[in-house]
Design a protein around this ligand. Structure first.
Ligand SMILES: [Mg+2]
Length: 264
């Protein structure tokens, strides 16, 4: 069992991990959230959600000011400080421009082409949440309308623009090549090591896009997910990897129960 102390760092995916896949509740995790807070253990959100979605959620979870990773790693806040802009930034506008050009060859739609009401309808988010999910900085969410066999051609076309395709829980994400949850976590770990020393990291995630993050942590919790694509890890230290039997926040609790001592 890993002792609960301030040299620990917990990194988590949201959808299907800390948050329920269907209704986004985190009831089963709340005891652990309180325990982590009591022991001053930072909880780093590592999600495909935007900074505009994560900052208000951090407040509800009681972890405001913690570092976070947004947009699947395309956006990183190593010290929790992240000014939210009202207008989309230059990087996002350039990305949307490139995608519009690629629509001549491939059938897909991006979040920038929908209204808040559209996004609310097909995600189950409220209008406010849908609006926050459309306030993007560095990556775009894509609904693929073309044949699955054409995804490889799409990947190649994106690569020519230094862009990459990642599969999220529900949608595809187009992001800068070389970015991802693993690289983003490394950035946060380095920042923290410079400000207080290296931390033992425990990571929790349920989807294939969590794999790079789960490779990067000391202890990995693979939460049972809904994705058709399983989470495949290359690491061979099997004692440091735990596969849960429960899904969502119940699996999240199960994973921390497995690795962490209940008290210091
Ligand atoms: Mg997930």
């Amino acid at each position: 069992m890993i002792p609960l102390d301030s040299s620990l760092l917990v990194v988590t995916d949201l959808d299907g991990s800390l948050l329920d896949h269907h209704d986004y509740n985190w009831d089963a995790a709340s005891e652990w959230l309180a325990r982590l807070k009591q022991h001053q253990i930072p909880l780093v959100i590592c999600s495909s959600k935007t900074a505009a979605e994560i900052v208000p959620l951090q407040k509800k979870l009681g972890i405001s000011g913690a570092p976070f990773i947004a947009e699947n790693g395309a956006c990183v806040s190593p010290d929790g400080d992240y000014p939210l802009a009202d207008e989309p930034g230059e990087a996002y506008r350039a990305l949307c421009q490139t995608l519009q050009e690629l629509q001549a060859d491939f059938r897909f739609e991006g979040f920038h082409q929908f209204s808040d009401a559209d996004v609310a309808r097909f995600t189950g988010l409220t209008l406010t949440e849908a609006s926050q999910s459309r306030r993007r900085d560095a990556s775009e969410v894509v609904l693929w309308r073309d044949e699955e066999a054409r995804l490889d051609d799409f990947r190649a076309a994106l690569a020519a623009h230094q862009l990459a395709l990642t599969q999220g829980g529900r949608f595809w994400h187009v992001m800068p090549a070389g970015s991802g949850k693993g690289v983003a976590l490394q950035q946060i770990q380095q920042h923290m090591a410079q400000h207080g020393g290296r931390r033992t990291t425990i990571g929790l995630g349920d989807g294939p896009n969590d794999a790079p993050m789960l490779e990067q942590v000391d202890y990995a919790v693979v939460i049972k997910g809904f994705s058709k694509t399983p989470v495949v890890l290359q690491r061979t230290d099997t004692a440091h990897v735990y596969y849960t039997t429960h899904t969502g926040p119940e699996g999240w609790r199960e994973g921390l129960d497995y690795f962490l001592a209940q008290s210091a």
